[in-house]
Write a protein that binds this ligand. Structure first.
Ligand code: NOJ
Length: 559
């Protein structure tokens, strides 16, 4: 194996200000016409990413997988899923991305494997009490014949978090813990083999030039040894939770030791290798505990993602995020969407006062009326807001096209295990995972070649008008707004890492200054707002007249 020649500039701090584009490989671009995106499809579309101006891509899991949870059920951490391509394709992508100045971040899934991983097969074959079972979390059931799960923990995908196995002699046997789908057994992080396996996996990909990892369910790896019942304890724990009260399987203090040891592995490499944690913990100080100098570099800012499009909660979230990150010396990240949550256009399309706190996938929004044009207008303003804030930013594929959630997908087409796991009570996440439109015509709007298999999720007719080629060169398009913003951001000394000073522009306006000479104003109210005299508009999310900011509009200013 030869290491890729990289032209990515050596910037030891790149992760403090990077704009990272999330690629959901099943849905980005399909080169071979099987209806599923692949690595060659990503390679073919690198010019789109280079023209967009992103610093890095994060690719959702591309490892061999039975695809019971779209690749988050990994059966081999050091190979490539054949549907996506080959190891040679992966190495070529890494080299080609580097050659156009884009770093490559992979997705590591350390909380659970696939039930088709060699270790889980060995565990089933070896039987109760074996060392092989000790790599997972097997327990006897409760009740007279062990027919009840070992405790009251619930799966994120619905129902109990335990699955009972049938032992080799055909009798009902032990239960194993799986906080997600039944095909995703949780591993036992008290076992040294687990540490070794993931350390080797990190090195395997770092040695191939990969620049970092997004860490799946990073707050879930360690479970309370007693496997105590949850007994109704909510998670995230409320803000006023006293010190010492811990949830038995989320955000356990022991998880930090794992990331300290991972950091030493990343730090062995010359070109900076970095981590971004997927950490849903609510309270800021619990999030930034993962970002202490000897742990992870960054974490997704889900509190920002979940904030409604209302000035007060947004301002408070931004302020508390920044204060907590400054305290540990880490940069914040600004995230509007990903493959698990309802697309921002469709979230912002709802009456924001009616949104309830909670996990923002499509289900809670369905009951509320939607004004998609309003949602898109707000999403444009939110893009400028998020790209102006101090730190790094994430763009989930399709946000740069202004795609909305696909809400009316036929039930028969739905693939997300949440839909099946909840008996259809929760529609799940398929609506944000629909294959991208690249052209206004063609069987799959340019996602794959004409004459190929149907796309793995159906695309709506509205995608034609939002295709990348339609928006290319149209100054009013979402795509050109993103391109312009990223271009300014890359060259402006005030943007990226750093701090901000709030400017008082009224309750409904988020206005802040960043030195030298930059300001961002966002109007979340219903009245037009005059921009400061003497300021020059660098970019705005809608056309402005008379130096006035209309509702649901953002402007970047030279001040
Ligand atoms: C978080 C991932 O983003 C999601 O897609 C997945 O279903 C769960 N973790 C389980 O791996």
């Amino acid at each position: 194996m030869s290491l890729p020649t990289s032209t990515v500039k050596t910037d030891p701090q790149w992760w403090r200000h990077a704009v990272v584009y999330q690629i959901y490989p099943r849905s980005f671009a399909d080169s071979n016409g099987d209806g599923v995106g692949d690595i060659t499809g990503i390679r073919n579309r690198l010019p789109h990413l280079a023209a967009l101006g992103v610093d890095a891509i994060w690719i959702n899991p591309w490892y061999p997988s039975p695809m019971k949870d779209a690749g988050y059920d990994v059966s081999d951490y050091r190979d490539i899923e054949p549907v996506f391509g080959t190891m040679a394709d992966a190495e070529a992508l890494i080299a080609e991305a580097h050659a156009v100045g884009i770093r490559v971040v992979l997705d590591i899934v350390p909380n659970h494997t696939s039930d088709q991983h060699r270790w889980f097969k060995d565990a089933l074959a070896a039987g109760p009490g074996s060392p092989e079972r000790d790599r997972f979390i097997f327990r006897e059931g409760r009740g007279a014949d062990g027919a009840e799960p070992p405790n009251d923990w619930l799966s994120e995908f619905g129902g109990p978090a335990w699955t009972r196995v049938t032992e080799a002699d055909g009798t009902p046997g032990q239960w194993y813990l799986r906080l997600f789908a039944p095909e995703q057994p949780d591993v036992n992080w008290n076992h040294p083999d687990i540490h070794d396996e993931f350390t080797q996996t990190l090195r395997f990909w770092f040695d191939r030039g990969v620049d970092g990892f997004r860490i799946d369910v990073a707050h879930g790896l360690v479970k309370d040894g007693g496997l105590a019942d949850i007994d109704g304890l909510p998670f995230p724990l409320p803000d006023d939770t006293p010190d010492g009260v811990e949830h038995p399987h989320w955000d356990q203090p022991g998880v930090h030791d794992i990331f300290r040891s991972w950091r030493t592995v990343a730090d062995e490499y010359d070109g900076p290798r970095v981590f971004c944690g997927e950490i849903w913990v609510g309270r800021d100080h619990r999030l930034t505990a993962y970002l202490r100098p000897d742990e992870l570099h960054t974490a997704f800012n889900f509190n920002f993602l979940m904030a409604p499009w209302l000035a007060t909660p947004l301002r408070e979230t931004i302020s508390s995020t920044l204060a907590a990150h400054v305290a540990v010396g880490a940069p914040a990240t600004w995230v509007l969407g990903n493959h698990d949550v309802c697309r921002p256009v469709s979230r912002y399309a709802r009456p924001q006062e009616l949104l309830k706190p909670g996990f923002p996938n499509l289900q809670p929004y369905l009951a509320l009326p939607a004004d998609i044009l309003l949602g898109r207008r707000r999403a444009r303003a939110a893009a400028l807001l998020s790209l102006a804030l101090p730190g790094g930013a994430y763009i989930y594929q399709g946000e740069e096209l202004g795609l909305a959630e696909v809400e009316d997908m036929p039930e028969a087409a739905r693939q997300d295990p949440i839909f099946a796991g909840t008996g259809g009570a929760n529609v799940g996440r398929d609506g944000c995972r629909v294959p991208l439109p690249w052209t206004p015509t063609g069987d799959s709007y340019g996602f794959g070649p004409d004459g190929g298999a149907a796309t793995w999720l159906p695309q709506p007719a509205e995608f034609a008008a939002l295709a990348a080629s339609v928006q290319d060169g149209d100054p009013a398009s979402v795509l050109e707004l993103y391109r312009a913003a990223l271009k300014i951001r890359a060259g402006h000394p005030a943007l990226g890492d750093g701090g901000l000073q709030w400017v008082d522009a009224g309750d409904d306006v988020l206005a802040f200054r960043r030195d030298p000479g930059f300001a961002c104003w966002v109007n979340l109210g219903s009245q037009r707002v005059a921009l400061p005299e003497g300021a020059t508009v660098l970019l705005s999310s809608q056309d402005l007249t008379d130096h006035v900011l209309p509702p649901d509009t953002a402007a970047w200013l030279a001040v």
